[in-house]
Design a protein around this ligand. Structure first.
Ligand SMILES: *Cc1c(COP(=O)(O)O)cnc(C)c1O
Length: 453
């Protein structure tokens, strides 16, 4: 699709509709001349260039990429109206779009009848999941893995709930033996499982925790902010991911997914879903200024955030209309990134200068330069990171701090002369990585050779 043409069309369509209400002369105090605009606009564009090329397959650092053009056009067209999805009073049509888009996400995650809504982020969505957990299980603690997103411990702190970190196993998943012994000792009412950790893409064994729940009767909240869309390719196929943990999400109490990560959306677009729609009661409040236009429930009545972007809902709706959350739709986009991660793993297995830290479960690949001791691994990784970004048409990686025990658990023969070392971390978030990974691998090997000189 031609982004430029459709952006122009969106501006035209919305202004034609607005003009039907009669011309409005802009207030002189808010009028800006094209000449004034040009100068400031150029300054902005100039400043925006001081960043990293998130759009390019050579950027394989963090979970960042520009949104799909369909999302851009959907967002822009809607933003010109700027509806507020707090209430039907502020966003009548976009509330409907949000309900449809959230239902598609719910079907994707195996919870078709879930109650849910979009949020400004995964953090806000998880806060809601833990808020409902606290209300459902008052006075109990919330357990999460030691590799869970940092915001869980902080959200627990905000909610005044004790959080219990559970150690991880040899590949970064929650250690279920340790969970079981903690369940016997601590008063745990909710277990947070991560379907795709931010650092490694490790997927907690949701299916096996369902067994534990049968015996201990806790609530399960799944943080699939990073990994949720992999449900589309969770089919145990050679270029898919392990099915069982994703299938088990259907049996859990709540789940979070971030469309602004693998869902091709601009920030901020998170989502939270609750299997039991009656949890709406915990949100009960009255708002003297809204909720007049309809007797139907307003999304603001089941959300902790008040104002929410109708444009974010419209962008997600439009994207999922075109690339539906099915294996044949958006699933193909996820699969390309997954294939890139698998191909890179093969290349790493043959490399004399690079070693895979562990096998990737999703599209996050972690790598260390070959070296005899941890301090050298750290130095070389940092040099590769900086040299990669400095050179023209370079490769953009990210770093991950690991402990000596983490390296030992994965069988790396590196002397522990320091307690921690930074290694390289990379997310193959764009389908285009599939066609670039061999080239990027070659360049990363060159960086490793130079760092060893
Ligand atoms: C990114 C992420 C979050 C936080 O989501 P934001 O949208 O950045 O607030 C929470 N959990 C996991 C596993 C994540 O990857």
């Amino acid at each position: 699709m031609n982004l430029r043409a459709w952006v122009g069309r969106a501006v035209d369509e919305i202004s034609w509709w607005q003009r039907d209400f009669g011309e409005v002369a802009p207030h002189p105090d808010a009028v800006i001349s094209d000449a004034d605009f040009a100068a400031s606009f150029e300054e902005l564009i100039d400043r925006l260039r001081d960043t990293y090329p998130f759009h390019h397959p050579r950027y394989l650092g963090q979970l960042i990429k520009p949104p799909h053009p369909a999302a851009v056009v959907g967002y822009l067209a809607t933003m010109l109206l700027n509806p507020n999805n707090h209430a039907l009073d502020g966003g009548p049509s976009t509330t409907e779009l949000e309900r449809e888009a959230v239902r598609w996400l719910a079907v994707m995650l195996g919870m078709p009848d879930a109650l849910g809504h979009l949020t400004s982020s995964g953090t806000a969505a998880n806060l809601e999941g833990l808020f409902v957990a606290r209300e459902t299980r008052p006075g109990t603690a919330i357990a999460h893995s030691a590799q869970a997103h940092y915001s869980h411990a902080r959200n627990c702190h905000l909610l005044g709930v004790r959080s219990v970190p559970v150690p991880v196993d040899r590949v970064g998943r929650m250690d279920l033996g340790r969970l079981e012994s903690l369940l016997g000792k601590e008063n745990i009412g909710t277990v947070v499982l991560t379907a795709g950790t931010t650092s490694l893409g490790a997927v907690d064994q949701v299916d096996e925790v369902l067994e534990l729940r049968r015996r201990h009767g806790f609530r399960i909240h799944v943080d699939a902010a990073c990994g949720g869309f992999f449900a589309l390719i969770a089919d145990d196929s050679p270029d898919g991911v392990t099915a069982a943990p994703f299938r088990a999400i259907a049996e859990c109490d709540s789940v979070v997914v971030d469309p602004h990560k693998h869902g091709l959306q601009p920030y901020g677009c998170g989502a939270v879903l609750f299997a039991d729609p009656s949890v709406a009661r915990f949100y009960r409040h009255d708002s003297p200024a809204t909720y007049y236009s309809s007797q139907e429930p307003h999304l603001g009545e089941i959300s902790l955030e008040c104002s929410r972007s109708g444009a974010a809902a419209a962008a997600l709706w439009l994207t999922l209309r075109l690339l539906p959350p099915t294996p044949e739709g958006l699933g193909r986009v996820l699969r390309a990134g997954r294939r890139a991660a698998l191909r890179w793993s093969e290349l790493l297995a043959e490399s004399p200068v690079l070693t895979a830290y562990q096998r990737p479960e999703l599209d996050i690949v972690t790598v260390l330069p070959a070296a005899a001791d941890m301090s050298t691994v750290d130095q070389r990784s940092m040099r590769m990171l900086h040299d990669g970004m400095r050179q023209e048409r370079g490769v953009y990686l990210a770093a991950l701090e690991v402990a000596g025990a983490d390296l030992r658990a994965r069988g790396h023969q590196v002397r522990h002369d320091v307690p921690h070392a930074r290694i390289l971390r990379s997310v193959l978030l764009k389908p285009e990585h599939e066609h670039w990974i061999e080239r990027c691998h070659g360049e990363i090997e060159d960086l490793a050779r130079r760092a060893a000189e």
